[in-house]
Design a protein around this ligand. Sequence first.
Ligand code: HEC
Length: 142
Amino acid sequence: MGRVRLGVLGVAVAAGVFAMTGCGSSSTTSASDLSTGKQQFTELCGGCHMLAAAGTQGAVGPNLDDAFAASRQQGFSSNSMKQLVETWITMAQPPMPRNLVSGQNAADIAAYIASVAGTQSQSTVRATPPADPQARPVKFRT
Ligand code: HEC
């Protein structure tokens, strides 16, 4: 079996609870929000997170393309991914600091990540290693 990212799945449950209690923001996102989000992401988050669309190479935290690719394949809406990111921003686990951003800036960053993360099967910055190297057939030269 491949490695499962429990982080995103765990947060998905939490985000569901937030959505039901009405804490999720649901305002519509404009193109300018996305460009603000990209800029803020690059400044505040990119030092720790790799995200191909933003060209960031941080390696302290997980590669966000990898973190969201599975959710995207499973048909999560961009809006639920946005809520996941907003939840992460407020409930981050060390060494990721909590509440690096808030309000509209947090919403913009989350919307930006939700719009791009995991849309490419491979990170263009650094290819993702196979989930389970032992599952690959070993080829011997004869
Ligand atoms: C100091 C480094 C650092 C900074 C800055 C940082 N993060 Fe993180 N982030 C991490 C680490 C480390 C984790 C993994 C924590 C864990 O799994 O317990 C993480 C996890 C995440 C996750 C969950 C990914 C997953 O696989 O579950 C998201 C989403 C995230 N960060 C978004 C952001 C956003 C958005 C910002 C900017 C506002 C940001 N991070 C800034 C280090 C950082």
